[in-house]
Design a protein around this ligand. Sequence first.
Ligand SMILES: [Zn+2]
Length: 86
Amino acid sequence: MSERNVLVCSRVKDNDKPVPLSSYGVCAGCGEELWIAPSSRPYLDQLVTMCLPCAAAKMDQDDIAPDFKMLPGSLEELEELHERDG
Ligand SMILES: [Zn+2]
């Protein structure tokens, strides 16, 4: 298992509807700009940020089973987003 957990973020170019108040980050794999949701910000010093394709490639390479977790607050953010669009 790798030493650091990966925060998977959507790429700015792929997502024009980020969670409100998202800030910018950079993918550790490819250098693409990422959306960092407000709920993720307190954890940034403990996590490596990656886009989905890079995270998938890393999991492949490391041969580890993905262990997805929601950060506290991120589910609420997604629900908010859903309500806003719906
Ligand atoms: Zn990437």
